[in-house]
Design a protein around this ligand. Sequence first.
Ligand code: NAI
Length: 303
Amino acid sequence: MAEIRFDDRVAVVTGAGGGLGREYALLLASRGAKVVVNDLGGAMDGTGSGTTAAEQVVKEIKDAGGEAVPNFDSVADWESAQNIIKTAIDAYGKIDILVNNAGILRDKSFIKMEMEDYEKVMAVHLDGTFFCSKAAFPYMRENNYGRIISASSAAGVYGNFGQANYGAAKMGIVGLMHVLKQEGAKYNIMANVIVPIAGTRMTATVLPPNLVEMLKPEYVAPMVVWACSEQCTFSGYTFVAGAGYFSRTAFMEGPGVFINPAEGITLEKIHENIDKIVSLEGAQTFGSATEQTGFALSKLNLG
Ligand code: NAI
């Protein structure tokens, strides 16, 4: 099979100074992409900033013969997010690929979580993904080409103790992607999500050291970088990748049950039917809210 290449493609990877983002940037550059390596360079809880992390990755790319420029702005602010995208426009004249990867953690049980922990985590993950996508989208639309892949998490999709802020933000990103899929379809803009599993400074707080060592971020990168390629014509997908395991996760809706409104919909009828209501046997996904609502309405005899 022909090699998948990114010659003449321009990519922005946020939070690319370390962990997973660094691997995405290195792989994209090694396949010919011009890369904006964005990283605020702060601590894992979002405090502080610095230029070393992004500069170091740019150096690695250049040393290997690739093309890259650093950017040190925060994704969490509309002005600075626009500046991240502007860095690509100023350096390379366009943006084809956006990887929304920057992230922080401020884990605490829901009871103990301070509003600041909620606001900071929402700002980096959900606002950051929204802002960078919003800044990039007009350029992608103009060029009739775009690939946006954003980092969600199993903590959002399935829940994780102590991550109410993070889980909420990560599912918000899935909701955003579903809309961008629809609004980008006409312009060849594909929007997808990655649920990664990797040993990084972020997971070093929750995983045992030997597992952190085994779950190499480079095992995730090919899935994400594939989703950045021309070959990816999928949009609205949530890919799972880690430890050599690759899959898709999705919202599924069961076939459900029809209770005729004309005969009365009572609490007791809900109770009688609850096993059928919650069953996912024969479940399906829907491409849009319209499709899902249409399915529900099709049960009614509207004639
Ligand atoms: P990491 O902490 O190694 O990398 C995150 C990077 O984002 C850091 O280099 C940090 O400086 C940067 N960053 C933080 N705030 C920023 C801001 N406001 N603007 C620009 N850059 C900023 O963590 P890791 O593990 O590489 O995570 C990457 C993404 O993948 C995150 O969104 C994370 O939530 C997500 N993820 C990771 C998982 C894993 O197993 N490692 C699991 C599920 C999700």
